[in-house]
Design a protein around this ligand. Structure first.
Ligand SMILES: Cc1ncc(C[n+]2csc(CCOP(=O)(O)OP(=O)(O)O)c2C)c(N)n1
Length: 402
């Protein structure tokens, strides 16, 4: 579909040799982006926002069955940073990095199905928000690691992932997103310290969005700037305006290039603002009056970039409007597909969750169902439970143990 086509475009950036030769040596990496890539950045941010708006509508209709976590106002930080990666690289997103997941190849259909807990969603209805991944062979997977809830814990995981790249001599880089709140965890310190000492090709992106749930950043740390923490690990650090998508791209691309060239860990601080609560159910009563409205009016990342595209870069408003229309059509089409998808069969929830199927069975179920579940999963691999097995299992339960 269109998003995948765009992802492929991004993975193989076109460089204009003549323009490159004319560029000064200290030009920022974004100076090398083609017109198509500049418009693509706008597309990913617009897709992120429109898809999230659709998810809110579905949430209000109770069709999104779990929590919903918005990245409103943070689209530039997710999109601009992930755009600096290549397809073979691996990224570990947070709940607020939908834009990064889309850039890395997640499709609106699978995101919608996942949030709606459909049977053919990435986690087959076992998980009720955005925690899913696609990682493994770079030839066949898109390279995003499934998220986990404990804050900061993906930093040591990504230290391990990137250490494996280094030990195998693979030309791959990892990028892990953490919020300002996550920087106060032990896992964050241990992970980044280990990665720095080992020289892992890792970029640690700290999204400083002003709040960790309801805790303002000033109650989170005495440090003035998160980027200053890099010195404590002996790592370079760079800070950028997280609502300026090109500034985000530039700072991250430099960090990615450094990691790829053997320069180890870089800490990147992106200064942004979370305009929604922690999740859709959070009423933001802890936010001072006028703060959200001010960021919306003066510092919206999409408005700011649109103004640059039509001003500085000479795009016609029609080109932006056409992109908006394309995004709306894609999200409409994806919603139709997701809504038409079935919910999982109740018994299906017993498979593919635990490595040991026996521990997934309620006691009164075990004797009747265990053999069928085990047999099916070992023969077919995880995630292939078939309706025919359910029927046989039910018959078995009805008929007693064999
Ligand atoms: C170790 C740990 N402590 C507390 C929580 C509960 N919790 C979930 S999200 C959140 C706030 C996260 O804030 P931040 O890291 O700044 O990321 P943001 O949501 O702002 O992007 C908290 C406290 C958790 N998931 N893990």
């Amino acid at each position: 579909m269109a998003t995948r086509t765009a992802a492929r475009t991004r993975a193989a950036p076109r460089r204009d040799a003549a323009a490159a030769a004319a560029r000064p040596a200290d030009a920022p990496p974004s100076a090398a982006l083609s017109r198509a890539q500049l418009l693509e950045l706008y597309y990913w941010m617009r897709l992120t926002r429109t898809l999230e708006e659709r998810l809110v509508a579905l949430y209000r209709q109770t069709k999104v069955v779990g929590g919903l976590f918005r990245s409103l106002g943070q689209e530039a930080d997710a999109v601009g940073s992930c755009f600096a990666l290549e397809r073979r690289d691996v990224m570990s997103p947070l709940i607020r990095n939908l834009g990064a997941m889309l850039v890395k190849g997640a499709t609106p259909v699978e995101v919608l199905k996942q949030y709606m807990a459909k049977a053919d969603s990435p986690t087959r209805g076992r998980e009720l928000n955005i925690h899913f991944g696609d990682v493994g062979d770079p030839a066949t997977t898109r390279g995003f690691v499934g998220q986990i809830s404990p804050l900061g814990d993906m930093v040591p995981v990504m230290a391990g992932v990137t250490l494996s790249f280094k030990l195998r001599g693979e030309d791959r880089v990892g990028l892990v997103y953490v919020g300002d709140g996550a920087t106060s965890t032990g896992a964050f310190h241990e992970g980044i310290n280990f990665a720095a000492v080992q020289g892992c090709p890792l970029v640690v992106v700290v999204e400083n969005n002003g709040y960790a749930y309801s805790t303002p950043t000033s109650k989170q740390t005495r440090a003035e700037r998160f980027v200053d923490k890099a010195a404590g690990y002996g790592a370079p650090g760079e800070r950028a305006d997280g609502n300026d998508v090109l500034a985000v791209y530039d700072v991250t691309k430099r960090a990615v290039d450094r990691a790829r060239a053997g320069g180890g860990v870089t800490l990147v601080e992106l200064v942004t603002y979370r305009r929604k609560g922690h999740a859709e159910h959070d009423n933001q009563s802890y936010v001072p009056a006028g703060e959200i409205e001010r960021w919306a009016a003066e510092n919206d990342p999409i408005d700011r970039y649109a103004a640059r595209l039509t001003g500085e870069f000479g795009f016609a408003q029609d080109e932006l409007d056409a992109t908006d229309a394309r995004v709306r059509d894609e999200v409409d089409a994806a919603t139709d597909v997701a809504e038409a998808s079935p919910f999982p069969e109740p018994l299906d929830c017993l498979t593919g969750v635990y490595a040991d199927p026996a521990s997934a069975q309620p006691l009164w179920f075990r004797e009747g169902i265990l053999n069928a579940v085990e047999r099916n999963e070992r023969a077919e691999g995880w995630g292939t439970y078939r309706a025919s097995e359910v029927t046989r299992t039910e018959a078995k339960i009805a008929g007693g143990n064999d």
